[in-house]
Design a protein around this ligand. Sequence first.
Ligand code: HEM
Length: 387
Amino acid sequence: MHRCEFGGDFEDFWAITKHEDIVDVSGKPHLFSNREGPMLLSRAQKVQAEKRAASPLGQMRTIIEMDPPEHRDFRKVASGFFTPRSIRRLDGIVAESAWTLIDSLGEEGECDFVEKVAQRHPLRVLATLLGIDREDEERVLELTQQLFGSDDPDLQRKGEDREKAQMEIGLEFYQMFDRITQDRRAHPRDDLATMLATAKMADGSPMGPIETFGYYLIVFTAGHDTTRNALSSGFAALLEHPDQLELLKRHPELSKRAVEEVVRWASPVNHMKRQALEDVELRGRQIRAGDFLTLFYASANRDSDVFEDPFRFDITRHPNRQLGFGTGEHACLGAHVARMSIRALLEEMGARIESLELAGDTSQIHASFVVGLKTLPVRYKLKPRQR
Ligand code: HEM
């Protein structure tokens, strides 16, 4: 645990790096609040956030920015959909997404694995969940990259005022989700989009339009880049550890454990922020009310008090108490969907790969919140699908 101070250019914070401390802080939302949002902000980002707050969409808060009891009321709206039993209905869609993407690569060749596979698989799954039409998927992909890549010159929207561009991206998402909401209210189906469009709060009142939009947006944005980065970092790790790739090919039944190891290794969410609501002592250090704490998941996921030989990538690791999905009050709502998506791709690739190797240099996304690979060039030979 370390106090990090930046003289005003960045928010000062306590770096929480031990597994035990992240579990402790995450389980005490009455002491450590989410209301200041999940991301550490630079001075410039803070100014932008204040400007955004003055606009109508800026009023929007999503569940990751709420504390109990409000958080529990809002989380309940969708939590029933995300239980392991309920998401079994996605099995077919997730498996189909995995094999169609791998089929689309052909029998042999070279590609950027991020572009062709890792980013498309979660997109297909989330688009199905949220009722986004197939023909809108490319546009949504572009918008998501611009929204999340706003710190990366290769991904951000070109030639425009950053603040204006962010507002326009928000508005495009709003228009698309509003169309879906209207459609599901008129023609309900058995899907998450309908659940959100017709949701009622604990007091029986309908969820407001901004809150409904916030829900669509948090599910989509929280689910996309995280899963993409887990997949690309996971396959990069398998390429760097060919013995583990061989193991997965020979023992597809290891895929369940492999998912946990991939998420531990990748830790796609680098940090989540909390704010102390009271003076409190942690590991003998005095935290003051109002101080920020930053939970560093990659660090907790390499804590040698919890993981034996933590810098070894081992798809047989068991038990694996990885914290990549967070824990406690805000533990990832979509963790089972993410696990299902990653597993389907590991299994399909494991069954189809004849050879897979790096075909060039990888590059990292310039980001500090959701982190991972921008490109993963690979050369491959694949077996046809066993039908
Ligand atoms: C490998 C993929 C994923 C990773 C690593 C991941 C990680 C996380 C983390 C670290 C948190 C915050 C936990 C905390 O503050 O304690 C979170 C929250 C959340 N995640 Fe995920 N996530 C992933 C995929 C998904 C998917 C696929 C969805 C939706 C389908 C999703 C929806 C959410 C939502 C809605 C929240 C906010 C929960 C709350 O505030 O109560 N995530 N996720």
